[in-house]
Write a protein that binds this ligand. Structure first.
Ligand code: AMP
Length: 210
C-alpha cells in the first residue's frame, strides 16, 4: 500500500473528511497545515498572530513559514504512514517537500465551484479534534456538538462567502499547477469528489492499494 500520501484539491473538496477516515481505517498519521495554523492562532503564538492576517483574508501564509513548520514535523514523524492535508499548496512548497519525503501518490479530489461554496459556507468544525461536519450532508448527531469529543462546533472565520471566493481564486492561481507537477511525475490520481462520503473513500482506498 502507498504510505506517503498527499491530498490535493480546492478548499471544501473533502480533504479533511477523507483524511479523518483514512486515519481511522488505514492507520495514517495526518498532518494538516490548516489545523496546525488554527491551533497556533487559538494559542496566540507568534506564528499564530502572523498567520491569522493571511488566513482571515483567504490568502496563503508565506512559503517560508509553512515550509519550516512542515519540514520539522515530517522529519520528527519519520517512517510512519503519512497523509498531508493542505500541503503542499505551491510549487515552491512541493519542491521543499521533495527534500524531506518521497511522495507515493497525490490524490486530487475534483469538485465544481458551486458545490464548493455550498460545502464551505455550511461547514461546521470542531475546535478540539478538528472533525468536520456539514449542516445538511453530514450533520452531527446532536445539533452544534461534535460527535467525537462533544465540543461545541463553530464556523471557521474563513468559511464565509466572501473569503471562500477569494480562497478559490488563490487555489486556482497557486495550487492548481500542482496537478500538472504531480501528473508529470506519474504520481497523480484524480477522483471525482462528489457522491457519498463512503463512496469517495472507497475510490481513494483502491488508489492507495493499486
Ligand atoms: P485549510 O484548513 O487547509 O483550508 O487552510 C486554511 C488557511 O490556512 C488557508 O486559507 C491559508 O491561509 C492557510 N494555509 C493552510 N495550508 C497552507 C499552505 N500549505 N500554504 C500556505 N497557507 C496555508
Amino acid at each position: 500500500m502507498k504510505t506517503k500520501v498527499i491530498l490535493l484539491g480546492p478548499p471544501g473538496c473533502g480533504k479533511g473528511t477523507q483524511a479523518e477516515i483514512m486515519c481511522d481505517r488505514l492507520g495514517f498519521r495526518k498532518l494538516s497545515t490548516g489545523d496546525m495554523l488554527r491551533e497556533a492562532v487559538r494559542n496566540g503564538t507568534e506564528l499564530g498572530k502572523e498567520a491569522k492576517k493571511y488566513m482571515d483574508a483567504g490568502k496563503l501564509v508565506p512559503n517560508d513559514i509553512i515550509i519550516g513548520m512542515m519540514s520539522e514535523k515530517i522529519r520528527e514523524l519519520g517512517e510512519v504512514p503519512l497523509l498531508l492535508d493542505g500541503f503542499p499548496r505551491t510549487i515552491e512548497q512541493a519542491d521543499a517537500l521533495a527534500t524531506v519525503m518521497d511522495v507515493d501518490v497525490a490524490v486530487n479530489l475534483d469538485v465544481s465551484d458551486a458545490e464548493l461554496v455550498d460545502r464551505l459556507t455550511k461547514r461546521r468544525s470542531c475546535p478540539k479534534c478538528n472533525s468536520v461536519y456539514h449542516l445538511t450532508n453530514k450533520p452531527p448527531a446532536k445539533k452544534g456538538v461534535c460527535d467525537r469529543c462533544q465540543s461545541e462546533l463553530y464556523q471557521r472565520d474563513d468559511d464565509t462567502e466572501a473569503t471562500v471566493k477569494n480562497r478559490l481564486k488563490v487555489y486556482r492561481e497557486s495550487t492548481l499547477p500542482l496537478i500538472d507537477y504531480y501528473g508529470k511525475m506519474g504520481k497523480l490520481v484524480t477522483i471525482e469528489g462528489v457522491g457519498t462520503i463512503d463512496g469517495i473513500y472507497a475510490k481513494i482506498e483502491k488508489a492507495l492499494k493499486n
